[in-house]
Structure formats: C-alpha cells, structure tokens
Design a protein around this ligand. Structure first.
Ligand SMILES: NC(=O)c1ccc[n+]([C@@H]2O[C@H](COP(=O)([O-])OP(=O)(O)OC[C@H]3O[C@@H](n4cnc5c(N)ncnc54)[C@H](OP(=O)(O)O)[C@@H]3O)[C@@H](O)[C@H]2O)c1
Length: 332
C-alpha cells in the first residue's frame, strides 16, 4: 500500500480506502462485511469511510464491530453528517444541533472515542456556513473529531467554508469527497484547481463507477448474479451507468487494461490516483477477493499515451460539467 497526505494536512491516508455504502448492514451479511474489512487491513488499507445514514445507521455499527480489537492508532475512520437520520425537522442538515447529535451517535456506533475525518455529506442551504464551521471547530477542540471535510460541495461552497474559517479563526476543512472516475470528471474544471490552491485533498468515491468499470456488465445481457445491479437498493443508483452505449464503450477499455497488466477494476482505481489532488480512492466491495484485487491499484503509474487512449475510448460519454455537482436546494 502507498499512503498520501490528505491535502496539505499532516494526516496520511491509504491510497486505497475502503467504504461500506450499500454493502454493510444491507446488501451483504455481517460475515462478508467483516471478511472485507480483514482483507482491507491485510492489504495495508488504513482508511475506512462510512456515514451516519448508510443502511439506516447499521453500516457504522458493522464497521465498529469489524474494527474491534484493531489498534485505534493504526486506522483512520471517516464518517459524515447531513442526510436525514430521522423524521424530525432537526434530524438532517448541518445545524449545530444535528452536527453535534450525529457525532455522539456515530461515536457510539463506531465504538470509538474520536473520528479521524468528519465530513459534511452535502452543502446545507438552510444553515449559515459559519454555524457549521463553528460546530466542526468545537468538535475538533473537544477531541471528538480530528479533521473536518466536506463531500460533493461546489467550488464556491468550498470557498465559502474556507472564508468562514479564516475570518473566524476556526479549523479549516482539509478534504472534499466527490464522485470521480473515468466517466464522471465534474470536479476537474473548478473544484480541483481551488482545492490545489487551498491545500485540500480529494478522497473520491465510486472510482469503479459502482462496478461498471470492471466490465462485468455487458450490453444486452442480464447483470451477473449478486452484483449491485441486482440489489434493489443499489440498482437504483446505477441507471445512468447501465445504458448499452456506456457498457459497450467500457468493453473497449479491456485491451488497455491487459496491455498495462492490470484488471479493469485496477485500471479504473489507478486512473483516479493519477490526479495528484486525489489523496485516496474509496472502493466498495462485497467480497474480500474484490478488496484484494482493488488494493493492488496503489502505486500504479499510467503513462500519458495510455491515459489518452482511455479518453478516446470513452469519448463523449465522459461527464465534465461542474454544474452537475449539486446539493439539494432545501434540506431533505
Ligand atoms: N460522499 C458520498 O456522497 C458518497 C456516495 C457514494 C459512495 N461514497 C463512498 O464511496 C465508497 C465507494 O463507493 P462505491 O461502493 O460506489 O464504489 P465502487 O468501488 O465504484 O463500487 C463498488 C462496488 O463495485 C463492485 N466491485 C468492486 N470491486 C470489484 C471487482 N474487483 N470486481 C467486480 N466487482 C467489483 C462491488 O459490487 P457488487 O459485487 O455488488 O457488484 C462493490 O460493492 C462508499 O462505500 C462510500 O464510502 C460516498
């Protein structure tokens, strides 16, 4: 495994991180979840990503149990706040009340005294950014949270958080967690240049486009058994990706992966890590073999010729519009 600084912070994260959205507490049984976490640790993965809302809170609990007995100093635990954890008006968003209450629940579920990276899961248009940054800073002062970051924020939203922190003398956010893969590059135009300038790192999600960039979904064929596309909850997030024109183009990446001596999953993960502003790629997995395969993408260098052949194969299917990063206009 290789390790990178999270932005210009002192924290190091593993180039490959392991995340448990869709899987822990829902798609896979606890035994498989624990086996994936064990495989991740064996591969040198130290960075684990979850959220208060994944599987209605069960994902944090599963991860907490899976990491029991592991030296706390040997891992970085990342979680998030924003999406609703209950039906009441204050059960969502980035108000001081919800931020502080969520941290307490997450600490209990994760069986830990502190969270390494606490992230605002979306921008909250109903809370002043100063209120959220102050609450984040209080958590850092209290030692409950070590670093703070955001997820899926636009460049101007990230800039507003940095301004608030600088004006008020608060701890700055150190990271953003966006979707980023060969097919979805919307951070490149605005978010990455700002983050490079300000010292934030990207810790990117769905580097394999939820399994699609492995090439296991083929045009016109039923999805493989037990894949995310057959999971009732998982498949709802995959419609845009499971179109024949996407699946056909992805098959065109196979010879490129073979030539590079990589599996298609490894090529996809390694592709995200070629961007120097990316601190880590968070991969998901339903089986330990997937974790082991994906972890081997750490440290891989892809040459410029290969990178441009990927662009030629995917052509107009690549989404680049920065406006596609959008948080709900009001709290969900
Ligand atoms: N901040 C946010 O808003 C946000 C949103 C989404 C995700 N995330 C984070 O990012 C993490 C990763 O997202 P993701 O799960 O969509 O990432 P992904 O790595 O693109 O997709 C993971 C899924 O692809 C399949 N897969 C993985 N490796 C494979 C391999 N080698 N061969 C074949 N299939 C393979 C598995 O599903 P099957 O085996 O079921 O097909 C696995 O669950 C999440 O767990 C979460 O921590 C954050």
């Amino acid at each position: 495994m290789e390790y990178r600084h999270l932005g210009k912070s002192g924290l190091k994260v593993s180039e490959i991180a392991y995340g448990n959205w869709i899987t822990h507490g829902s798609q896979v049984e606890e035994e498989a979840a624990v086996a994936c976490v064990r495989a991740a640790l064996d591969e040198g993965i130290t960075t684990f990503d979850t959220a208060d809302v994944y599987a209605g809170g069960r994902a944090e609990e599963v991860l907490g149990r899976a990491l029991e007995g592991v030296r706390r100093e040997s891992v970085e635990i990342c979680t998030k706040v924003y999406w609703p954890t209950g039906p009441r008006p204050n059960n969502a968003g980035l108000s001081r009340k919800h931020v502080i209450e969520t941290v307490h629940t997450s600490l209990r579920s994760l069986r830990t005294d502190y969270i390494d990276l606490f992230q605002a899961h979306r921008y909250d248009h109903e809370t002043p950014v100063e209120e959220t940054m102050r609450a984040f800073d209080d958590l850092v002062r209290a030692g409950k949270v070590l670093y703070v970051g955001v997820s899926e924020w636009r460049a101007e939203e990230i800039a507003s958080a940095l301004r608030a922190a600088d004006d008020l003398g608060l701890d700055r956010i150190v990271s953003n967690q966006p979707q980023y893969n060969m097919l979805w590059r919307v951070i490149e135009a605005e978010v990455v240049p700002l983050c490079e300038k300000e010292g934030l790192g990207q810790i990117v999600w769905s580097p394999i486009a939820q399994g699609v960039l492995t090439g296991k979904y083929t045009p016109g064929a039923a999805p493989p058994e037990n894949s995310r596309a057959t999971d009732p909850s998982g498949s709802s997030f995959m419609r845009r990706l499971l179109r024949d024109e996407v699946l056909t183009a992805v098959q065109g990446l196979r010879p490129i992966a073979e030539e590079a001596g990589l599996s298609m999953a490894q090529l996809a993960v390694a592709w995200t890590l070629q961007n120097p502003n990316v601190s880590a790629a968070i991969v998901g997995a339903t089986r330990p073999e997937q974790v082991r395969e994906n972890a081997k993408a750490a440290g891989v260098r892809l040459d410029a010729g290969l990178m441009s052949r990927i662009d030629e194969v995917l052509g107009g299917l690549v989404e680049r519009d920065p406006a596609r990063t959008a948080s709900p206009p009001s709290r969900p």
